[in-house]
Design a protein around this ligand. Sequence first.
Ligand code: PAF
Length: 284
Amino acid sequence: MKIASNIRELRAALDAHKGKSLGFVPTMGFLHEGHLTLVRRSREENQLTAASIFVNPTQFNDPEDLARYPRDLPADLGKLEKEGVDVVFTPTAEELYPKDTEISINPGHLENLLCGMSRPGHFRGMLTIVSKLFNLVRPERAYFGQKDFQQFLLISKMVADLNFPITLRMLPTLREKDGLAMSSRNAKLAPAERRQAPELYRSLEMGRDLIDAGMEDALRTVAASMEYLIEHTSFEIDYFSIVNPITLEDLEKVSPSTPYLMAVAAYLGSTRLIDNILHYPPAG
Ligand code: PAF
């Protein structure tokens, strides 16, 4: 596995394999099984797999959140090597953001919805770094997890609107045995918070069960799920929404035959967790 810590080394490592199909898994490190599943899929579908590890400062609206973000580069490199990744890009912020950098990607109106409401600038920073990484790595395929559904939607839109020649893959969220969505941020939970954390997914499942049982009023479903979370945990809810999975606009009416995204973001102490259920009616 080649470790490229700057752009020159990255180009040299990738040029050595010119002509091979290239899959790319961009990450912010502190890797878990969710990331490794993306790597495995990339290895199945491409002759070469590259990953990046970069905690991108421009997508953190809160400097404390950036400082607290978990990091363990040696462990991450060990995991990627074991999975057979060919090239890992581990740039510095100085290299990716020279002092005169000022151009960024405008996420359009989707930036103001869901996670964008309480994380101003997050999606602009995220799209900008993803576009830079795409231009540097030039993959044929790139892999993302469903947990960050809004991120995936925005990247898909960017790829379509700006004609990036890249195929995107979104893989289902990987969960711990108790249902908690895998996330690098889980490492920040205190033991008592970790015990409560799976309730976030349970509140989503509860909402889905209500819809399956015939509750059509989306607001009533949201209210019931939020009430469950508030009564059973110390989560502070940022948002809990049932939306159209393409426009991210709130749905008034919902049913098992409607496509919907039920998405939640909530704080346990100072750790912000997100999760979602994406529902498409079975075909036929
Ligand atoms: O999902 C992440 O880890 C990050 O948002 C990404 C896509 C690597 C961009 O920094």
